[in-house]
Write a protein that binds this ligand. Structure first.
Ligand SMILES: C[S@@+](CC[C@H](N)C(=O)[O-])C[C@H]1O[C@@H](n2cnc3c(N)ncnc32)[C@H](O)[C@@H]1O
Length: 323
């Protein structure tokens, strides 16, 4: 059987995995050899990249994209997260990389420069440029409580945040507490369907955690190197659980189609009102005849009623309003 990894590489990969699983990776900088980070990039980081593909596909379905022009990949390791978002959103102009490991920073910088020659590689600024997308990937298990607090101070300065973690109970629960901490300042974009406290915080849901499964590309199951990797590390290559959180600074709530706003006040004529109405098509003066909608006529004449209307129009005249 052909071996795709040397004995030294297998040992290095096993060491990495044990550290990640034991939760001891935060103790000190573990990137000591350039070969290790390169090996990480084509193995563990590649799998993390497939999780990012899952997250970015969901954001695409939700028709969401960052408004930011700058990216900060914090705890970048070999830099897979930053590269994934640059590939997804070509409007992004610059990438800043940050890691406690100088070796990781160097590797990530060189790789980003090679893959995205048009991107400006920026230094980490404090405070962050106001239109910064902060990306975080598989860091939470390595941060002590004070280190996480420090990171959250940086996160508060970002415009948008995409945070992807291993889909374990403990990491998902940490991410949920991050969401609760940042909820006042940011709106939840995904995976949440609402802006309230996370429903998993209810006592009855304590055993659950917010996780999802990404797809490994089907080609890897015909790829002998990946098969060798799975065998040597005892990893089921089909299983790619992850947790994630996407936040953004609240944007003005987009108005749904069909709403109109009255400019100023309606002007009363003989048995009718003239309403200057602003809607997505523009601004137009519309007539409301008392005989067509007497109740609405009374409400508008008194200046009562909701701030926006959805006019029912007949022959260009207002005949009702569905609030
Ligand atoms: C598991 S690796 C993940 C790397 C990369 N984000 C990814 O998804 O492949 C965690 C990274 O966080 C970095 N890290 C850990 N603690 C850190 C800290 N306090 N400040 C900055 N980087 C840190 C480590 O050096 C390591 O590169």
């Amino acid at each position: 059987m052909i071996k795709y990894f040397t004995h030294q590489e297998v040992l290095a990969l096993r060491r990495m995995r044990e550290r990640f699983l034991a939760g001891t990776a935060g103790a000190q900088d573990y990137w000591q050899r350039p070969d290790d980070i390169a090996l990480y990039d084509t193995t563990f980081a590649e799998r993390i990249g497939w999780k990012w593909d899952g997250v970015l596909a969901e954001l695409h379905v939700r028709a969401w994209q960052p408004q930011s022009r700058h990216v900060l990949d914090w705890g970048c390791g070999s830099g897979v997260a930053g590269r994934r978002v640059l590939a997804q959103w070509p409007h992004l102009e610059s990438l800043a990389l940050h890691d406690r490991s100088p070796l990781a920073m160097r590797f990530a910088t060189e790789k980003a420069r090679a893959d995205f020659p048009g991107i400006h590689l920026a230094a980490l600024e404090s405070p962050l440029p106001p239109d910064t997308l902060l990306v975080l990937s598989h860091v939470i298990s390595e941060l002590s409580a004070p280190a996480l607090d420090q990171l959250l101070s940086v996160a508060r300065e970002a415009r948008e945040i995409i945070w992807v973690e291993a889909g374990t109970h403990v990491d998902s629960r940490r991410l949920i507490s991050v969401r609760e901490t940042l909820r006042g300042r940011f709106s939840a974009v995904a995976p949440c369907t609402h802006q309230h406290a996370c429903g998993l915080l209810a006592g009855k849901n304590a055993q659950h955690w917010c996780h999802h499964f990404a797809r490994s590309p089907s080609e890897i199951f015909q790829n002998a190197r990946w098969m060798d990797f799975g065998r040597e590390l005892g990893i089921d290559l089909r299983s790619l659980p992850y947790s994630f959180l996407v936040l953004e600074r609240p944007r003005p709530i987009p108005m749904r189609d069909g709403f109109s706003h009255i400019i100023g006040e309606p002007r009363e004529g003989n048995g009718h009102l003239k309403v200057l109405s602003c809607h997505s098509d523009g601004v137009a003066e519309l007539m409301l005849q008392k005989r067509d909608a007497a109740a609405l006529y009374r409400v508008l004449r008194k200046g009562d009623g909701p701030p926006v209307h959805r006019w029912e129009l007949t022959n260009g005249k207002i005949t009702g309003s569905a609030e």
